[in-house]
Write a protein that binds this ligand. Structure first.
Ligand code: PRP
Ligand code: ZN
Ligand code: MG
Length: 225
C-alpha cells in the first residue's frame, strides 16, 4: 500500500539540514522521536510520518508523489529539476516557502597555487562536482568548454588526488575548502533550505494539515526574525 492517510514529509537523514529540519517541525508542534536506525519516524500527536533519507533523493520523492512534502536545499531542488528536464521526466512540485536556515552557495574553487583570472581560466580543464547540471548551465552561459568529473561525495579531495583541476561544490563556512588547499573563485548559485509540496492531488484532510503546518512554519520563522 503506497497511499497513506498520513502526511509524509521527507527530511535529510544526516547532514547540514537534518537538525534544523527536525527542530522546525518540533517548533510547529509535531511530536516525534527519531531512532537513528530507522527510516521512518511517526508523529505521536498528528497523522504525520517523517521519512529520513539522503537529501539528494528528496526532490525526486516529492516530484513523483511518493511523499507529500520535503525539506530540502534549493540547490538540490534546482539540480533535480534540470536533470529531469534533460531526460524529459516530470519535474513538478511547488515551493511553499523558503526557510530561514541552510544558507550556502554553490561555487567554483581551485587549488591555492592555481592562478585564476575569471571562469575562462577553466577552459578545457576538468571540474569535479555533484551538481553537473547547474555547473553545465553556468559554463554554457559563459561559453566555456570543460570536462566533467562526477562525484557524489569527497569532491573537495579530487584536485589533490589528481582527478580534477578544480571543483564546483557547496560552500557554507569555507572550512572544507580551506582544509583542502582550495579557494573559492566564483559563486554560481545561492541557496537556502525550502519546503516543497508534491503536485499530486491531495485529500482535503491532508491538504488541511499541510495548510496548518505551513501557517505554523510562517509563525515560527516570523518569531525567529
Ligand atoms: C557540503 C560540501 C562540503 C561542505 C562545505 O556538503 O560538499 O563538504 O558542505 O561546508 P563548509 O564550507 O562549511 O565546510 P553537505 O554536507 O552540504 O552535503 P552532502 O553531504 O550532500 O555532500
Ligand atoms: Zn547530498
Ligand atoms: Mg559534503
Amino acid at each position: 500500500m503506497t497511499q497513506s492517510n498520513r502526511l509524509r514529509i521527507a527530511i535529510q537523514k544526516s547532514g547540514r539540514l537534518s537538525k534544523e529540519s527536525q527542530q522546525l517541525l518540533k517548533s510547529c508542534g509535531v511530536k516525534f522521536n527519531v531512532n537513528e536506525q530507522r527510516l521512518i519516524a511517526h508523529a505521536d500527536n498528528m497523522p504525520i510520518d517523517l521519512l529520513r533519507v539522503r537529501d539528494d533523493d528528496i526532490p525526486g520523492l516529492v516530484m513523483d508523489g511518493v511523499v507529500d512534502l520535503g525539506i530540502i536545499g534549493e540547490n538540490v531542488l534546482e539540480e533535480e529539476q534540470l536533470e529531469r528536464q534533460l531526460v524529459n521526466k516530470p519535474a513538478d512540485c511547488t515551493k511553499l516557502r523558503e526557510l530561514d536556515f541552510g544558507s550556502c552557495r554553490l561555487s567554483l574553487a581551485v587549488p591555492n597555487e592555481f592562478s585564476y583570472n575569471d571562469a575562462q581560466s577553466l577552459e578545457g580543464l576538468r571540474i569535479a562536482t555533484s551538481y553537473p547540471n547547474i555547473l553545465r548551465r553556468f559554463m554554457q552561459e559563459k561559453g566555456i568548454n570543460y570536462r566533467d568529473c562526477m562525484l557524489k561525495g569527497s569532491v573537495e579531495v579530487a584536485p589533490r588526488a589528481g582527478l580534477a583541476d578544480g571543483i564546483c561544490d557547496l560552500v557554507s563556512t569555507g572550512a572544507t575548502l580551506e582544509a583542502n588547499g582550495l579557494y573559492e573563485t566564483e559563486v554560481i548559485y545561492r541557496s537556502m533550505a525550502c519546503i516543497i509540496q508534491s503536485n499530486q492531488p491531495q485529500t482535503p484532510s491532508k491538504q488541511a494539515l499541510i495548510d496548518k503546518i505551513l501557517s505554523r512554519i510562517n509563525g515560527v520563522i516570523r518569531a525567529r526574525e
